[in-house]
Design a protein around this ligand. Structure first.
Ligand code: ZN
Length: 60
């Protein structure tokens, strides 16, 4: 089972609970709920440890 893949990377809620936005990164699909999109934009370092390669989000 790959159920964890179908959840928000931050809060782990699934698409039955919240709408999820699908992103693609390094060949994998990441899902994030609208509530946590600001984290991705403003605070991506918080995703380090949650997402493999999140360090790269802040590059540049
Ligand atoms: Zn979330």
């Amino acid at each position: 089972m790959e159920e964890t893949k179908n959840t928000c990377i931050v809060c782990k809620r699934n698409e039955e609970e919240v709408p999820l936005i699908i992103m693609k990164y390094k060949g994998q699909e990441l899902r994030i709920c609208p509530q946590h999109v600001p984290v991705l934009i403003h605070d991506p370092q918080k995703l380090v440890g949650l997402v493999e390669g999140a360090e790269g989000f802040t590059a540049g």
